[in-house]
Write a protein that binds this ligand. Structure first.
Ligand SMILES: [Zn+2]
Length: 68
């Protein structure tokens, strides 16, 4: 099983691997809109990053190809 989630910068081409347990922790704390995944900020440009592929704790799948 993959132990990290690849997050992709929405304006640049940076990628960052976020450990799966960190993403899940954010998921658990996030009681907001379940249609948006836990987001992290790009260290280079400060904009939001979107998961390349991630299936959330509520069973919803998020793919960068859905928003690009
Ligand atoms: Zn960036």
């Amino acid at each position: 099983m993959k132990q990290s989630v690849s997050y992709v910068c929405l304006v640049g081409h940076e990628k960052e691997d976020i450990p799966i347990n960190v993403v899940r922790d954010f998921d658990l704390m996030d009681d907001g809109d379940p249609t948006t995944p836990s987001m992290f900020s790009c260290e280079k440009c400060g904009v939001e990053m979107y998961p390349e592929y991630y299936k959330g704790i509520h069973g919803i799948e998020y793919k960068i190809s859905d928003i690009r």
